[in-house]
Write a protein that binds this ligand. Structure first.
Ligand code: SF4
Length: 381
């Protein structure tokens, strides 16, 4: 990319009064700032946990998870001693479970190698599982008040509009420009408040579809607003391909219990529990897929007793319809084989709450626990 090409896409910041922008934003934040649990002490461990939870998840959803987490794991030592099952159970419903596993692994590293403290240097932070440039910048600035940018989707949007950036935010040139613009705006000694103020403005005022420009403290500086293109920034990149999947899963009932199994470490949702099942192959009915998956995964012959429920859910680019069935042994009871799982067991309905399941399976559980047919099928199993 030549300098001339870059100049066509990347705004020139020379005309922006960076000090005035920062002052206006900080004044606004002093009164608009939300009272959030991790903002009460700025304890580095609290900041690390909150930032990892906030990756891909809305603030309102994170707060109860954060409070439960701190209740159970008040410090790095208690987290480092936890089992993966317990961490995943606490994380259940937040999605992107690798974040919970990464926090557990990071706690182990910090306790073993760094005296049980979250470090403030970028290089060490970046060696921790689950910590990338954004999280390292957020921890350094918010926990330690060090002048490091922390550019999340909210900050990208605010800065792309403020400067009228004419590149999709995913473009590497945009990423570089946004990071350096954020860095240049940080007033001396105010990184903590300034970075949070930018994020807060994106979350409360500079909204993705309908920015509330009349309420915005930066309206007088905002280039996209002055050009009437605020809603069009950041530029959208090419749309992500959506993949639709149909799946079948089976609640195998035996001796008053249901069979569940634990996913392997290299699967999607590693370490979570599930009912056996999988994606329908071309031309297969859900019942046929169910029988095939049970033979492949656990080497059991099963027969569907009745459809239990059909649930729809999304993860990353997948839109899933899952057909869940009550089923029974067709070839006589035998021990399930662990062809695609690391553990398997028969549990009572009441014990299901002790295990962490992916969102789709948890929705199946919520339904069947209220379904009077479950008791009948279990009684006959
Ligand atoms: Fe966003 Fe509007 Fe403020 Fe510009 S003026 S930063 S578009 S809310």
């Amino acid at each position: 990319m030549s300098r001339a090409d870059n100049a066509r896409h990347v705004p020139d910041m020379a005309g922006m009064d960076q000090r005035a922008v920062a002052e206006r934003l900080l004044d606004w934040f002093a009164s608009a700032r939300r009272d959030l649990p991790w903002r009460r002490t700025y304890d580095p461990y609290h900041v690390l946990v909150s930032e990892v939870m906030l990756q891909q998840t809305q603030m309102e959803r994170v707060v109860p998870y954060f409070l439960r987490w701190m209740d159970r794991f008040p410090d790095l030592e208690s987290l480092a001693r936890a089992s993966e099952d317990e961490v995943l159970r606490l994380w259940e419903g937040l999605g992107y479970y690798s974040r919970g596993r990464s926090l557990l692994a990071a706690a182990g590293v910090l306790v073993r190698e760094h005296g049980g403290a979250v470090p403030d240097d970028r290089e060490t932070l970046l060696t921790l599982p689950g910590v990338g440039p954004y999280t390292a910048g957020a921890v350094r600035s918010v926990a330690f008040n060090l002048p490091e940018p922390a550019v999340d989707a909210n900050v990208e949007r605010v800065l792309a509009r403020l400067t009228n950036l004419e590149l999709p935010a995913r473009d590497p040139r945009a990423k570089e420009f946004l990071r350096e613009t954020a860095r240049g705006l940080i007033p001396e000694g105010r990184a903590r408040d300034f970075n949070q103020a930018l994020m807060e403005l994106g979350a409360l005022v500079c909204l993705p579809r309908t920015p509330r420009c009349p309420e915005c403290p930066l309206a007088g500086f905002c280039v996209a607003r002055s050009l009437g293109v605020a809603e069009l920034r950041p530029l959208a990149g090419p749309p992500k391909e959506v993949v639709r999947l149909r799946m079948a899963s089976g609640l195998l009932l035996r001796d008053g219990r249901l069979y569940i199994q634990k996913r392997r470490p290299n699967d999607v949702w590693p370490g979570l529990w599930e009912f056996p099942g999988g994606v329908l192959e071309e031309g297969e009915s859900p019942e046929q897929a169910l029988a095939r998956e049970f033979r492949e995964e656990v080497e059991l012959d099963v027969r569907p007793l009745a459809p239990a429920v059909e649930v729809r859910y999304s993860y990353t680019r997948y839109r899933v319809t899952m057909h869940a069935f009550y089923c029974a042994d067709a070839g006589g009871p035998a021990a399930p084989r662990m062809n695609e799982a690391v553990d398997g067991r028969f549990v009572t309905p009441g014990e299901l709450s002790r295990y962490a399941f992916p969102a789709g399976h948890r929705r199946v559980i919520s339904f069947v626990l209220d379904d009077p047919r479950l008791k009948e099928f279990l009684a006959r199993s």
